[in-house]
Design a protein around this ligand. Structure first.
Ligand SMILES: [Zn+2]
Length: 68
């Protein structure tokens, strides 16, 4: 196993900091297949009731339907 994700991530850390974290975000998406929430690209608002992340322009929570 040459490419260990944990190891690669730590080695890339200093560089991704210089690049403002954008490189690391791109790598995360590539490696993980975009399975996680894209909190860095889109501004999200967190529901105060269920803590679900909704898009910035959402007026109501997608999860529980309460006003944000
Ligand atoms: Zn909610």
């Amino acid at each position: 196993m040459i490419l260990d994700p944990e190891r690669a991530r730590s080695e890339l850390e200093p560089y991704s900091r210089m690049a403002g974290g954008m490189v690391k975000d791109a790598l995360d998406e590539a490696e993980l297949g975009g399975g996680k929430e894209k909190t860095e690209k889109v501004v999200m608002v967190r529901c105060g009731s269920c803590r679900k992340l909704n898009e910035e322009d959402s007026k109501f929570c997608q999860e529980c339907g309460k006003p944000i």
